[in-house]
Design a protein around this ligand. Structure first.
Ligand SMILES: Nc1ncnc2c1ncn2[C@@H]1O[C@H](COP(=O)(O)OP(=O)(O)OP(=O)(O)O)[C@@H](O)[C@H]1O
Ligand code: SF4
Ligand SMILES: [Mg+2]
Length: 335
């Protein structure tokens, strides 16, 4: 699905980004060489197993990294201007008004003792400097936008269903009129029907407000529903990106192929998730060369020593030695 109103200039550019975490005196690289561009109105999925660096990428973009994180190289540009992502105070004017985040399980973070209308009005007063009555009117408007009747604003969070609470979180994320919304597993805690409703809502908001969307998930089928493009992360790096149609029809990276094969498909008799054999690598002991080589059914000798670069392939990119060698060279690389 491509939004016809898409602007051709990148709204966001992430360029060779690397983030390290310091823990008990040891520094480990969580993401490395992460590069991509996002255009206005575009929806991109960021997919990978637990620990692959999806949240770290999102937090870096929003300038919300934890205090033990360090941006070791690279930069993030918004409309061509470098963002001060490692400076909390300098990021304040950008955060929520340009890029906002709907966090994993965020619906449980609503304040239980305040009515939801008040909680949505608060950021409008703080960030947009609205008066209380203006902010209340804006909060009512936002509630209607996410499909909740404005009069329900008098409710406390515990009086709402999980799906409604997640809609409230989306309303709060939209309060300062951002042009980018990052959803970090925004539907994980919800049942499948509510999950489909929230994805539909995000899609509608996207075309209504020309929002760019980064959707973080473990689940490739969520991306197929809601995104134009997909980026596959493994052990802190993007290993493949492309259009959703291209990735599903012709995955080029062995990890992407296994991820697609792991999705249940009742039509073909595959009812259960088929997990990828082996464990994701940990940060401190990352395998040499291609980090996927201990689990890869196509690994060659070169894979254990050389990190494959992310090269252009078709409409996307892939980081895999299989696609860098001719047939003859591949035989030699296996030796
Ligand atoms: N504050 C932190 N301090 C130290 N290490 C961290 C911190 N936050 C994340 N990490 C590590 O960085 C790596 C990437 O974590 P991240 O949360 O970005 O992964 P993720 O892809 O979002 O995983 P999940 O799907 O489980 O949410 C992991 O190995 C994680 O343990
Ligand atoms: S580089 Fe080698 S180990 Fe890595 S995915 Fe490609 S074939 Fe497999
Ligand atoms: Mg995460």
């Amino acid at each position: 699905m491509t939004n016809p109103s898409q602007d051709k200039t990148p709204l966001l550019e992430v360029d060779e980004l690397a983030v390290d975490y310091g823990l008990k005196g040891v520094s480990s690289r969580a993401i490395d060489c992460v590069s991509f561009a996002l255009r206005a109105g575009e929806a991109v999925g960021l997919v990978g197993e637990s620990g692959s660096g999806k949240t770290t990428t999102a937090m870096a973009i929003a300038g919300l990294l934890s205090p033990n994180a360090r941006v070791s190289s690279g930069e993030v540009r918004y409309r061509g201007n470098r963002l001060p992502i490692d400076d909390d105070a300098a990021m304040r004017p950008h955060r929520w008004s340009e890029t906002s985040v709907v966090f994993q399980g965020a619906m449980n973070a609503l304040n239980p003792v305040h009515r939801i209308l008040k909680q949505i009005a608060e950021p409008c007063m703080l960030k947009l400097r609205m008066s209380r009555s203006e902010a209340t009117a804006r909060a009512r408007e936002l509630l209607e936008l996410v499909g909740i009747p404005a009069d329900r604003g008098a409710a406390y969070p515990h009086e709402l269903s999980g799906g409604m609470r997640q809609r409230v979180m989306i309303a709060m994320a939209l309060a300062c009129r951002p042009s980018i919304v990052i959803g970090d597993e925004p539907t994980t805690a919800l049942d499948v029907i509510t999950q489909a409703q929230i994805l539909k809502l995000l899609g509608e908001l996207r075309s209504q407000l020309n929002l760019a969307l980064i959707l973080i998930t473990h689940d490739l089928s969520v991306v197929a529903e809601a995104c134009d493009r997909v980026m596959i992360m493994y052990s802190g790096r993007i290993v493949e990106d492309g259009t959703v149609a291209e990735i599903f029809a012709q995955p080029k990276h062995p990890y992407t192929r296994l991820l697609i094969e792991s999705i249940p498909n009742p039509a073909s008799g595959k009812k259960m998730i088929r997990p990828i054999p082996g464990d994701p690598p940990n940060l401190v002991n990352r395998p040499s060369g291609c980090a996927f080589h201990p689990r890869c059914p196509s690994a060659m000798a070169v894979c254990a020593t050389e990190v494959p670069s992310l090269d252009k392939f078709g409409q996307g990119h892939v980081a895999c030695h299989l696609h860098r060698f001719s047939q003859k060279d591949r035989v030699a690389a296996h030796a």
